[in-house]
Structure formats: structure tokens, C-alpha cells
Design a protein around this ligand. Structure first.
Ligand SMILES: [Fe+2]
Length: 199
């Protein structure tokens, strides 16, 4: 008998070197307190806290901390692309968006994908005790029809939902079609992160 493992889904996780995280945290706070359009968007869209997702698309130009993060992430994105065997025809993946998330206690970010991108991910700036994990969903889930649930002792690679508890200073990256969400932030403080898309 032979069992092959096919159609593998990979999650990239790495510490991001060379980032002054304390200074980046100040930059995130400064963006959040200065961006009135983003504050309004967050309020109108019931985002518990602040996101620059809909209001700013030039963070690396605004602040050298975001520029440093971008250049570090560029290398990680290319490393992941190699690991995924993506044929980029000699070209490089480019950052096409980067945004700050300040998720206050009690806040959630409901399940979604990132259409029109190749890789998506998040760099974690501040993850206080009790802060939300990242929940990822098996991308075949919608095709599973009447497939039974997986057993409680199924190995991680066989499960339908995966919870990853990030640490400050690291990045997670996945292919953009993978549905993910941020469950309720049960920390006493905001969970602060910078998310991004590569295309
Ligand atoms: Fe996302």
C-alpha cells in the first residue's frame, strides 16, 4: 500500500531580524492616532480599534520603520515563494499593500481571504498575554460536502482549522487564497500587527 501526501498547504513562520520593534510599535500608534479617515472607516465598519487598511497605502514612504519592515519582508516573501516552487519567470514578488491593525480587547476580524494577491501575511508588533491567535482554514473546506469531521486526535496537518499563536517580532505568511480570521482578542491590551499582501 502507498499513501501519498498531495496538494500541500504551507504556512511560513519566521522571526524577522533587524526590526526595532519598540520603535515600530510607536510608529503604529502614531499612524493610528493621526489617521482620521482610517479611524472613521474603522468606526463605520465596526472594527474594534483601528486599521489603516482602507485609508493608507504608503506606510513604507511615511515612516522608515515600515520601510525597514518592507525590505525585510521582501526577502521572506521570496524565500517562501521558492519554498512553494512558484515560477515567477525571473521576476520578484512585490509588496502591494501593507496596513496597521490595532485590535482592541473584545475585537475580532471575521473570516476572509485576500483576493488578487499571491502571498498574504502579518508581522506581529505587540501580542499581549491572551491576545488572539490566527485561525486558518483548510482551503478544501468548501469542497468537502458530506465529509465527516476530523477526529479530535488528528495530527495538525490533517485538521480543518488551525490556531497559531503568534509572538511579537515574527511574521506569518500563507498563500492568499487561504481563509483566515482573528478570533476575539481576550487580552487586556490591544493586539498590534502589520498585515501585507504580495503579488
Ligand atoms: Fe487577512
Amino acid at each position: 500500500m502507498e499513501i501519498k501526501t498531495l496538494f500541500v498547504t504551507k504556512l511560513y513562520r519566521a522571526a524577522v531580524e533587524g526590526i526595532d520593534n519598540a520603535s515600530l510599535l510607536k510608529s503604529c500608534r502614531a499612524i493610528a492616532s493621526g489617521d482620521k479617515a482610517g479611524q472613521r472607516w474603522s468606526r463605520e465598519n465596526n472594527y474594534a480599534g483601528y486599521t489603516s487598511y482602507a485609508s493608507l497605502n504608503d506606510l513604507p514612504k511615511r515612516d522608515p520603520n515600515f520601510a525597514a519592515l518592507k525590505s525585510a519582508l521582501d526577502k521572506h516573501a521570496m524565500a517562501f515563494a521558492r519554498e512553494l516552487h512558484l515560477d515567477l519567470s525571473g521576476r520578484r514578488l512585490g509588496l502591494d499593500s501593507m496596513w496597521v491593525n490595532v485590535l482592541e480587547p473584545g475585537g475580532v476580524h471575521t473570516s476572509h481571504i485576500h483576493p488578487q494577491s499571491v502571498l498574504s501575511g502579518t508581522y506581529y508588533v505587540d501580542v499581549p498575554p491572551g491576545a488572539s491567535a490566527l485561525k486558518l482554514e483548510d482551503p478544501r473546506h468548501a469542497s468537502m460536502m458530506s465529509a465527516p469531521q476530523r477526529t479530535a486526535d488528528a495530527p495538525e496537518s490533517e485538521r480543518t482549522f488551525i490556531y497559531v499563536q503568534p509572538e511579537a517580532g515574527e511574521a506569518l505568511m500563507w498563500e492568499s487564497f487561504i481563509r483566515h480570521e482573528v478570533p476575539m482578542n481576550t487580552a487586556k491590551k490591544a493586539r498590534i500587527s502589520v498585515s501585507f499582501n504580495y503579488s
